[in-house]
Design a binder for this molecule. Structure first.
Ligand code: FAD
Length: 447
């Protein structure tokens, strides 16, 4: 590497570059580079390509699929120093940013100009916008604004041979052939390293109402969500369900009391916007009807911003829960609404039977078909058993082994549960065409 790049590398490898949030460790990298420009990334990749060296791409290391975990002797390219907000078009709501900016930095820069960046998730302070794009991150507002795929207008990426391709479109529509965005969004750094992005911003959400409800049966939740969507339409923006066991543990660990009495299921609901009356009145009317009809058992409204923050504090206590239950299995499943209740019932019974000493906590973003499961404490064999039980029960239900976290290193043996052989063959064909030597993030998604 030339002198400038040598300065950016480190042979004394800091422990923080060895793991992501999955806790998986594979090996020690030979070097860690922290470039500051696309040209530097391209130079490092070009040299690795010439020398046939394997590269691991790292964003904020908040991933839970082991995708950013380096192998022994890898060259790590960590994007944390590429964190500049380059430009904001405040007229149209478009931002150009380097890939290593954190999600929170992007959100705050948008808010400063009177706009909102819509993707939001608990790891916002550490995850990077490039990592979000490469995993096609979802989060808590997908029902209303979609995933990262819907918020990225253009990307610049460095290909596995070191070629930089800049496709930083600022247009919402551009029907001129193959769209390079889709090679890099959701492909977990296997086809290129995202170095810069153009992002679509939205107007702020406006009048926002939050409620916490409980229900005796999971079956009531999809019915409630359907009723809310019919009445409030696109004003619905969050429908986060949690099992009572999750809520009581979260409450114990955070010291934040649950807003309603114990019941098998809880939901944090948010609606925003304007449907001709105050959003709080609209949500209250809809939930009063559900309460009267016996579909839900209790309901509490956030009367102030601090109440709303207290609701989210419980929902976003996953780091505390994971720390308390570690080592734990964390799953990120996707299922059609019609299958969710019977799937959870079947899986919970099997988990209680086979791993009776562990906690099995269900929660997720029902509006976008996403169920998370945290099981712990479990040893390596226990993690494997949880995976096998959960993925075996998915078969024939039209589900996915990852709704938003990605396949990474940890879920590749289960890829066939959610993808057909011809879909995997197409993915392999693209990887072979773009990275024939297999140097970029090898062993992620498939071997
Ligand atoms: P990393 O973990 O560093 O990397 C993830 C993958 O992307 C790896 O394969 C890596 O090689 C690749 N990659 C990273 N940067 C680039 C780049 N610039 N170019 C190409 N490839 C790259 N995820 C959700 O989707 N929704 C949630 O609600 C959610 N909540 C979370 C809450 C907590 C508390 C935690 C710890 C995690 C949560 N996650 C969630 C998971 C995680 O935050 C996301 O997957 C996030 O998008 C990862 O971003 P990162 O920058 O940390 O990526």
């Amino acid at each position: 590497m030339d002198d400038q790049l040598q300065l950016a590398s480190s042979t004394e490898i800091d422990e923080r570059f060895l793991r992501d949030w999955s806790g998986l460790a594979v090996g020690r990298p030979a070097q860690v580079y922290r470039p500051t420009t696309t040209a530097e990334v391209a130079a490092i990749v070009r040299r690795c390509h010439e020398e046939g060296r394997r590269i691991t791409v790292q964003g904020g290391l908040t991933g839970v699929a082991g995708g950013a975990v380096p192998g022994e002797g890898d060259v790590v390219i960590n994007l944390e120093r590429m964190n500049r907000i380059e430009e904001i078009d405040a007229l149209e709501g478009v931002m150009q940013v380097q890939a290593g900016a954190t999600l929170q930095q992007v959100q705050e820069a948008a808010a400063d100009q009177g706009w909102m960046f819509a993707v939001d998730l608990g790891a916002r302070g550490s995850c990077q916008i490039g990592g979000n794009a490469s995993t096609n991150a979802g989060g808590i507002r997908v029902m209303r604004y979609g995933t990262m795929r819907d918020s990225v207008l253009g990307v610049e990426a460095v290909l596995p041979d070191g070629t930089a391709v800049s496709s930083l479109s600022r247009l919402v529509k551009n029907s001129t052939g193959l769209d390079p965005r889709f090679l890099f969004i959701g492909t977990e750094g296997t086809l290129g390293i995202i170095t810069r992005l153009t992002l679509r911003l939205h107007p702020p959400m406006g009048d926002l109402a939050a409620a916490w409800v409980s229900a005796a049966r999971f079956e009531a939740l999809p019915q409630l969500l359907r009723a809310l969507k019919r009445r409030l339409g696109s004003a619905m923006c969050a429908f986060e369900f949690m099992s009572d066991r999750f809520v009581s543990l979260a409450s114990r660990l955070t010291g934040q009391p649950a807003p309603v009495a114990a019941a098998p299921w809880h939901v944090l609901i948010e609606a925003a916007g304007n449907v001709g009356q105050s959003m709080e009145d609209a949500l209250q009317a809809a939930l009063s009807d559900a309460l009267e009809a016996g579909e839900i058992t209790d309901c509490a409204f956030a009367a102030s911003l601090s109440h709303r923050e207290a609701f989210w504090r419980l929902r976003e206590s996953i780091p505390e829960v994971l720390t308390h239950l570690k080592p734990a299995a964390t799953l990120d499943l996707g299922l059609p609404w019609s299958e969710t209740a019977s799937y959870i019932g079947q899986l919970e019974a099997a988990l209680r039977d086979r791993l009776p000493d562990a906690e099995h906590l269900f929660l997720g973003h029902l509006g976008d078909n996403n169920i998370h499961l945290i099981s712990g404490p479990v040893d390596d064999a226990g993690v494997h058993l949880v995976d096998q039980l959960a993925y075996a029960a998915l078969k024939g239900r039209g589900g996915t082994v990852s709704a938003e976290h990605g396949v990474g290193r940890l879920k590749k043996e289960y890829l066939l549960v959610s993808r057909k052989p011809e879909e995997i063959a197409l993915m392999r064909c693209l990887k072979q065409a773009m990275d024939p030597a297999g140097i970029l993030n090898p062993g992620r998604i498939f071997d």
